[in-house]
Design a protein around this ligand. Structure first.
Ligand SMILES: Nc1ncnc2c1ncn2[C@@H]1O[C@H](COP(=O)(O)OP(=O)(O)OP(=O)(O)O)[C@@H](O)[C@H]1O
Ligand SMILES: [Mg+2]
Length: 571
């Protein structure tokens, strides 16, 4: 699909011919297909999948799809014309109906199995058969691999209907969670944080499903009502959707010698991962054990950098299990995530997630996922003590690398060349005690204030502050003076603009998104479009009107409100 040239008819541009030209399904021959999978993809009942990397599955289209949004940025990168997003055959394909696709596009998509480790502990209970063979993409179905400008992309429908891994679920996603994920992916990309991307979002005008959710204004921790919500399909795009959990599924099978091809299937998946995600970093001609060791080193650097970036922008993934940890080292699965308002090391929007996935615990959670990754690939090194030793060294040095990334990140947020532990510790104390709005504080600091007055814009009213304003103000002033003595005195303008590239002005807080998806459910996409525009340029100052709306403290009455501040389930 190319840019529409002048003089071309919309009908021509709206065909899928160019998309078909970009299509490349060669992986289907490299990887193993589940031998029990039905070739026509009519495989929608939960069942055990014992072998194979993917199962052919036909998506279930949503009824009467309506266009909600597409990512103009990603369309541009792919060379797609914006008008395509609303053209009939594009809408049909990306709302789940593959039945009329021309060759070589395929009328059947695919889903993959994966395993789950929660904070490093292997789980089987999540699988309805208690074996792990029934867990995986329960509602995510890939429909296309395409190569454009030398980059290969996999396109995956989320909410595209049941797969053998649906575990009794309906295979659907609702508009609410789809809007959140759609906006968040493109926002993260604009923030410079590696992520799966958003292609398109369509909603059904007639089909709804019931989900537990929060009544308006409730402070209940758990959802207190069941609501009927329109179903939607969003399409996300990435070089691959291989998760640490997916490597684990095959690693566990190889470790337990579950079937004769188990080791070969693990090796194929690992080589596929390298090809899709690490082709530039890892030499094709190396023997597998060397490739595995290189892979571990590269993944460690991506993962540590990713998590430091999350913390830089105030992001909490919320559910950082191994099955939500992309092996390509980018952000995946925007379910119970959140961007923090108040700085709080324990910030965790998902009430079911526990403290181990909270904001500043994410480096430790990443470490656990990295250990699960190492355990998954280890069987490939069994006969190779030297490679095993190297893998163990890479694993044991994870905390050191993670800490180095964190210190680099904090130094950059503060505009410093070096991390200063004392300055940082006093800052986190002050930020927590006052308390401050994380985004506003660092953005105001990026303007290099001469005194603490401008920083007060980020202070939330609190008893602690009001009880002893002089005391805290004094400590803030002392902190600021010390900070000023550490930043370079010359070229302040350059320092300020550098800090503004690290400290975003806008981030996608939930209290901005709730009204947008509520409006969208009523068929009005005005707010959603505004958020799309504001949040895809998060470092820019933007207009005064936008600043007044989106650069401010969270209203106190919205704290602790279910659906606005926390959720027990987000799907
Ligand atoms: N409505 C549903 N129907 C079928 N399966 C579901 C449904 N909701 C979640 N699942 C499956 O439950 C598992 C855990 O859910 P989780 O919230 O991590 O994933 P998700 O948000 O669906 O997906 P992803 O990780 O692909 O972004 C996943 O395997 C997912 O596919
Ligand atoms: Mg998930």
């Amino acid at each position: 699909m190319t840019m529409r040239r002048h003089g071309e008819t919309p009908e021509l541009a709206a065909t899928l011919v160019d998309l078909a030209r970009l299509a490349d399904y060669s992986f289907m021959d490299t990887l193993n297909c589940d031998p029990e999978g039905k070739a026509n993809g009519a495989d929608h009942e939960p069942r055990q999948v014992f072998t194979g990397h993917y199962v052919p599955v036909k998506p279930t289209p949503i009824e009467h799809p309506e266009y909600v949004a597409h990512s103009q940025d990603l369309f541009r990168e792919l060379g797609f014309d914006d008008s395509l997003a609303q053209s009939d055959d594009f809408v049909r394909m990306f709302s789940g109906d593959l039945s009329e696709l021309p060759e070589p596009l395929r009328k059947v998509g695919w889903a993959s199995g994966y395993a789950l480790s929660i904070y490093g502990n292997e789980f089987y209970r999540n699988c309805p058969f208690q074996t792990g063979n029934g867990y995986g993409d329960g509602r995510a179905i890939s429909v296309l691999e395409a190569v454009t400008n030398g980059q290969r992309w996999e396109m995956q429908l989320k909410g595209g209907g049941r797969t053998p891994y649906c575990r009794g679920g309906d295979g659907r996603a609702v508009l609410r969670s789809s809007v959140r994920e759609f906006l968040a992916q493109e926002h993260m990309h604009a923030l410079g944080v590696p992520t799966s991307r958003s292609l398109s979002l369509y909603v059904s005008k007639t089909e709804t499903v019931r989900r537990p959710w929060y009544s308006e204004g409730t402070r209940s921790i758990d959802p207190d009502i069941l609501v009927s919500e329109p179903v939607a399909i969003s399409t996300r795009v990435a070089p691959s959707f291989i998760r640490v959990g997916q490597l684990e599924l095959f690693g566990r099978r190889a470790r337990k010698q579950e079937h004769p091809q188990a080791m070969e299937e693990l090796e194929k998946l690992v080589l596929h991962l390298i090809d899709r995600e690490y082709g530039k970093e890892i030499d094709q001609s190396l023997p597998t054990p060397d490739k595995v060791v290189r892979l571990a080193g590269e993944f460690r650097s991506r993962l540590t950098s990713l998590v430091a970036n999350w913390i830089r922008v105030g992001y909490c993934q919320g559910n950082f299990n191994s099955d939500n940890c992309a092996a390509g080292g980018f952000t995946l699965d925007y379910g119970p995530f959140g961007f923090c308002n108040v700085f709080d090391p324990h910030y965790q929007p998902w009430t079911g997630g526990g403290q181990h996935f909270a904001f500043l615990n994410q480096p430790a959670a990443a470490e656990r996922n990295f250990y699960s990754f190492c355990a998954a690939v280890r069987p490939l090194l069994e006969n190779n003590p030297e490679s095993l030793r190297q893998l163990e060294e890479i694993q044991s040095e994870f905390p050191k690398f993670m800490q180095a990334q964190m210190q680099l990140m904090w130094a950059a947020k503060l505009g410093l060349d070096h991390f200063d532990a004392d300055l940082f510790i006093e800052l986190t104390r002050l930020m927590a005690e006052t308390p401050v709005d994380y985004t506003l504080f660092f953005r105001e600091l990026s303007l290099l204030p001469g005194n603490i007055e401008p920083l007060k814009k980020s202070f939330y009213p609190s008893q602690a502050y009001h009880a002893h304003p002089e005391k805290l103000n004094e400590r803030w002033s002392a902190w600021l003076a010390k900070w000023q003595s550490l930043i370079p005195a010359d070229n302040r303008e350059q320092l300020s603009s550098q800090m503004k590239q690290v400290n975003p002005k806008y981030s996608l807080k939930d209290w901005y998104v709730v009204p947008a998806y509520q409006q969208a459910a009523a068929g009005d996409y005005t707010l959603l479009r505004e958020l799309q525009s504001v949040m895809t340029q998060p470092y820019a100052e933007q207009s005064e009107d936008i600043e007044q709306k989106y650069y401010r403290l969270k209203p106190l009455e919205l704290f602790d409100v279910g659906g606005w501040s926390h959720y027990s389930c987000s799907s």
